[in-house]
Design a protein around this ligand. Structure first.
Ligand SMILES: Nc1ncnc2c1ncn2[C@@H]1O[C@H](COP(=O)(O)OP(=O)(O)OP(=O)(O)O)[C@@H](O)[C@H]1O
Ligand SMILES: [Mg+2]
Length: 136
């Protein structure tokens, strides 16, 4: 199994990206697919929608995973993946993601940092859906 990765992105805010991710993800899970949702938005709307009202209190965040990639330390996405009752897994977001942008500026191959995190879990899922921030 090697997941199909879909980024739900739109330049404009408030156009249904998060809602699409949530419903598409849960719909695919109902069809028996293994689905991972990735919240890449520091506003954490998808994380909150899936029932985690205080994402800023999570002990390990995707920011830690991407920092590990940049510092060439081992990456264990399992540490951040939350299992949701609707049959989808979730890598949640937190406000820490907004600071990550600054460290990414100087990172080598910065455009592949998230890709490297996802590479390590790709074999466990049929679909990985990314909820993006506006204007990306
Ligand atoms: N198909 C739809 N029909 C009606 N309302 C919708 C639909 N999809 C989303 N909405 C509503 O539109 C609003 C914005 O949706 P959503 O949060 O999914 O957008 P977004 O693109 O993720 O926003 P942001 O750019 O802030 O991340 C929400 O109130 C949501 O309930
Ligand atoms: Mg959104």
């Amino acid at each position: 199994m090697s997941a199909t990765i879909i980024a739900v992105a739109n330049q404009k805010g408030g156009t249904g990206k998060t809602t699409t991710c949530e419903n598409l993800g849960i719909g695919l899970a109902r069809e028996g697919k293994h689905v991972l949702l990735v919240d890449t938005d520091p506003q954490a709307s998808l994380t909150i929608a899936l029932g985690y009202p205080r994402p800023d209190d999570l002990p390990v965040t995707p920011t830690d995973l991407m920092t590990n990639v940049m510092q060439e330390r081992p990456v264990n996405p399992e540490e951040t993946i939350l299992s949701h009752t609707k049959g989808v897994d979730l890598i949640p977001a937190s406000i820490m993601l907004s600071g990550l942008e600054v460290s990414l500026v100087n990172a080598i191959s910065r455009e592949t940092v998230l890709k490297q995190v996802l590479e390590s879990v790709k074999s466990q899922y049929d679909y990985i859906l990314l909820d993006c921030i506006p204007s990306r």
